[in-house]
Design a protein around this ligand. Structure first.
Ligand SMILES: O=P(O)(O)OP(=O)(O)OP(=O)(O)OC[C@H]1O[C@@H](n2cnc3c(O)ncnc32)[C@H](O)[C@@H]1O
Ligand SMILES: [Mg+2]
Length: 197
């Protein structure tokens, strides 16, 4: 597939920066925000369904091929929550409220039971009714800290301990996070599928 311009179906500037950096110069990424500020309701029951729904919406609004990222944090002790509800965990009040709620939910839980994974599904559709979206998934295993550390990244990064680097994901440089993260793994697969690898 030869794609020169893609619309990114996301209103999250953290994702936008990371995906832009990973995709490199060959493909121009445009934000769906150029076409509409309305965010589609994420009614799916899975990362895959929500990613496809966001990609179709952006393709419809822009008339261009569209890439969506649906991602979240699945915490073992919480049975995989907040999962697809990660952005809305504290009722849509933003990252710091979400992080505070997560720390509360895990208060007193010992380190060995604080395992978690970041999940990312990328969906690419060539047009709004594409019958065969390209889907790529990436996982990143870690642990939930007891206090926030670091100020890079976004979302739950200050609470996510990265065992392979012995720091939180908000303490990684953007370039390091973009080599290790759930999003980086999904993007590596997408690049292969598009013949960009
Ligand atoms: O739907 P769009 O517009 O893309 O933006 P969003 O922020 O609502 O994105 P999601 O619906 O996919 O929700 C993802 C949630 O998971 C969090 N998240 C995803 N990737 C993350 C990462 O790399 N680091 C920290 N938190 C992340 C993020 O902060 C959100 O709370
Ligand atoms: Mg969202």
């Amino acid at each position: 597939m030869n794609i020169q311009q893609l619309v990114l179906a996301s209103h999250n500037t953290g994702k936008l920066k990371e995906l832009q950096a990973m995709l490199g110069g060959g493909i121009t990424l445009r934000s769906v925000g150029e076409f509409s500020s309305a965010e589609p309701e994420e009614t799916g029951l899975s990362f895959v369904e929500n990613a496809i729904l966001k990609a179709r919406n952006a393709a419809r609004l822009s008339g261009l091929p569209a890439l969506a990222d649906d991602s979240g944090l699945a915490v073992d002790y919480l049975g995989g929550a907040p999962g697809i509800y990660s952005a809305r965990y504290a009722g849509g009040q933003g990252d710091s409220a979400n992080n505070a709620k997560l720390l509360d939910a895990l208060r007193g839980v010992p380190s060995a039971q604080r395992g978690a994974q970041f999940v990312c599904v990328l969906a690419l559709v060539r047009h709004a009714s594409d019958p065969l979206p390209i889907l790529c998934e990436g996982l990143w295993q870690g642990r939930i800290l007891e206090v926030a550390r670091g100020d890079h990244g976004f979302g739950y990064d200050p609470l996510f301990w990265v065992p392979e680097r012995e720091c939180s994901s908000a303490e990684l440089s953007p370039a390091e996070k973009n080599q290790l993260s759930h999003r980086a793994r999904a993007m590596a697969l997408l690049r292969e599928r598009l013949g960009l690898a």
